[in-house]
Design a protein around this ligand. Structure first.
Ligand code: M6R
Length: 614
């Protein structure tokens, strides 16, 4: 939610800020704005709409050259996406300019106080309260740092704020509480960003700013302190991908590129962790001892959205292989229902961004109750990784499209690795080698799935006026049905629901009528105790009511073709591992349907990639 960038250095601040905002636009795209300091004046441009609206404005009305500035791309919380509500917010007669990511919970109380003191507000945002408070404090103290510290201590809720002051054209001040912030350390220049994408084309040396910390960023360096003003130590890390990984590279959308990278995301996540004999090694478990693992009597997987569906697949794998009871809980529900969590609980938190506020709050809640936390995360330096006992990084690379695709494939893969690791640690090795060896074939099979899909555009064109699509799956196909429905909703704005196929007759079949499109994930016919026949019976029940079935089935399943309008085949694999393959046609189908409707698949309406507010 909201992308933030700050810069001090010899380059054109405006170019650096706009480049950073371009890479951060996935975080919010309701409005965008920049402020720079030039010849002792703060100059600001901000516009409702996507970043392109701002860049057009800057082309027609350029800003003077500057070597310091802040930039923001917004996902609206308080106040509609208008020019006036866009950030930055200036205050004190253009004395200071400020940007914010998060929600300031005590804004109305502070606003009343400031209004009583004669301050006039121009926007409906909570952010302007921080800007006005800072200008007000500065008018009394004439000390920017002291005023900023006082504001940071006064604000409640979730915030990363960056501020500049026309009296000090070499200083960006930043504060972080419950919202992400990363420092980029360059040669004679320094950066701030919501994530490393903000500056990765300038430097790969980064620092993840901790909870309740303040940054003083200058051209010559930076200082880090806590909210009491005491110096704190920083740990640097190297960003392990380059700017080209976050560019479209010839594809017409980030989403198309990211789906094409699913084989690599799976392969890179397995790399170095699984031997040719299927034996798993997870050095990341250093933060959790064998004794910790032996003491675990239950696992709670917590996540939101697509990551929670990856968690559902992990549940099947962990229970089947390691025989530990697992439940999957949406992070925003977990801590509000007084769950049974203690030191024998392992909480597995899954998040692409590692900054999802709901997931972070669930992790904090579990940690307070003595649970050990293992995270599965795709972002280096993310808050989630900092706050976990151990982290298995998914190596999907930067995911820019708002709808998650390759990160999902990588999360499922990491879930399998975790299941194998736990099984091995607990001596339950009967299936480990077989599953491990088959896991190694998945990158090739995901690639094969992409090649087998064929033309989806004609089907998408045919279905683009459809108002509702149902998704059915069983066993590990159930979370994939949910993921297929979520992706279609997000991208095409078509009503979609995912159901467990066995549930059909318990209610959802009432929705099935002539013309209804139903996508069915069909289990393998060759598996032991296969559910194939049962799901085929469901398909016939759907057909009998005049609906149209599109099936995702295993290669060689000729029977299903008799009952489906269209079948997308995937290569044979173990049933447990089939989600990595069966999700691929669903990702492509959702994307093509959205494109057929003329929609922006990378930035669907109302969404943001990282949901950093509750
Ligand atoms: O960054 P996270 O994995 O924690 O994000 C969780 C969800 O917000 C995310 O998966 C969301 O559902 C995506 N838009 C799905 O495509």
């Amino acid at each position: 939610m909201c992308g933030i960038v700050g810069y001090v250095g010899p380059k054109s601040a405006l170019d650096v800020l706009l480049g950073g905002l371009r890479r951060l636009e996935y975080r919010g795209y309701d409005s965008a704005g920049v402020s720079v300091i030039s010849e002792g004046e703060i100059l600001t441009r901000k516009k409702a709409g996507k970043l392109s609206v701002l860049t057009e404005e800057l082309e027609s009305s350029p800003l003077s050259e500057a070597s310091i500035g802040i930039g923001h791309t917004r996902w609206a919380t308080h106040g509609a996406p208008t020019d006036g509500n866009a950030h930055p917010h200036t205050a004190g007669d253009q004395q200071i300019s400020l940007i914010h990511n998060g929600i300031i919970e005590n804004f109305s109380e502070i606003k009343k106080e400031l209004e009583a003191a004669g301050v006039e507000f121009e926007s409906e945002t909570d952010t302007e309260v921080a800007a006005q408070l800072l200008a007000y404090e500065y008018s009394k103290t004439n000390d920017f740092e002291k005023s900023f510290l006082s504001v940071a201590n006064r604000l409640q809720g979730a915030f990363t704020i960056l501020a500049i002051n026309r009296d000090d054209p070499d200083l960006v001040l930043a504060a972080r509480r419950n919202s992400p912030l990363v420092i980029g350390i360059g040669e004679g220049e320094n950066f701030l960003g919501s994530d490393v994408a903000a500056f990765v084309d300038h430097t790969k040396k980064a620092i993840s700013v901790g909870q309740d910390q303040i940054v003083k960023l200058r051209q010559s360096g930076f200082e880090l302190m806590n909210f009491a003003g005491e110096e704190v130590q920083a740990e640097t890390f190297e960003v392990n991908w380059d700017a080209s990984a976050a560019s479209k590279g010839g594809w017409d959308s980030f989403m198309a590129k990211e789906i094409s990278e699913e084989p690599q995301a799976v392969g890179d996540t397995l790399m170095g962790r699984l031997g040719a004999d299927g034996d798993v090694e997870l050095t990341e478990f250093a933060g959790l001892s064998i004794a910790d693992i032996a003491g675990i009597n239950r696992i709670i997987i917590t996540a939101c959205g697509t990551a929670a569906y990856a968690g559902e697949v992990a549940k099947y794998a962990i229970e089947q292989l390691a025989r530990i009871p697992v439940s999957v809980e949406l992070a925003h529900e977990l801590r509000y229902r007084d769950p049974v969590i203690d030191e024998n609980t392992l909480v597995v938190a899954i998040s692409q961004s590692g900054e999802t506020m709901d997931t972070l709050m669930a992790v904090r809640y579990a940690t307070e109750r003595g649970a050990k936390v293992l995270s599965i995360c795709n972002t280096q330096g993310a808050t989630l990784a900092r706050e976990s006992n151990a982290t298995i990084y998914t190596h999907a690379g930067p995911e820019v499209a708002v709808a998650s695709t390759k990160a999902f494939s990588a999360q499922i893969t990491a879930g399998y690795l975790l299941a194998l690791f736990l099984a091995k640690a607990l001596g339950k090795t009967d299936q480990v080698a077989k599953v491990g060896k088959e896991l190694l074939t998945l990158p090739r099979k995901v690639k094969k799935t992409l090649e087998m899909i064929g033309d989806v555009k004609a089907l998408a064109e045919e279905l683009k006026s459809t108002e509702s699509v149902l998704f059915l799956g069983r066993n590990v196909g159930f979370p994939i049905a949910m993921e297929g429905a979520l992706k279609l909703k997000e991208l095409s704005y078509i009503h979609a629901e995912g159901f467990a196929a066995g549930e059909l007759k318990h209610g959802p079949i009432a929705l099935v009528e002539a013309g209804q499109v139903v996508i069915v994930i069909v289990p393998s016919p060759s598996a032991e105790e296969s559910l194939h026949a049962k799901v085929l019976a469901n398909i016939q029940e759907i057909n009998a009511r005049g609906a149209e079935v599109i099936a995702i089935a295993e290669s060689g399943d000729v029977e299903v073709a008799n009952y489906a309008k269209r079948v997308f085949y995937t290569p044979k694999t173990l049933p447990l591992l089939s989600p990595v393959l069966s999700v691929v046609p669903l990702h492509i189908f959702s994307m093509e349907l959205a494109k057929a409707k003329g929609l922006d698949v990378d930035q669907p309406r109302n969404l943001a990639k990282s949901v950093t507010v509750e």
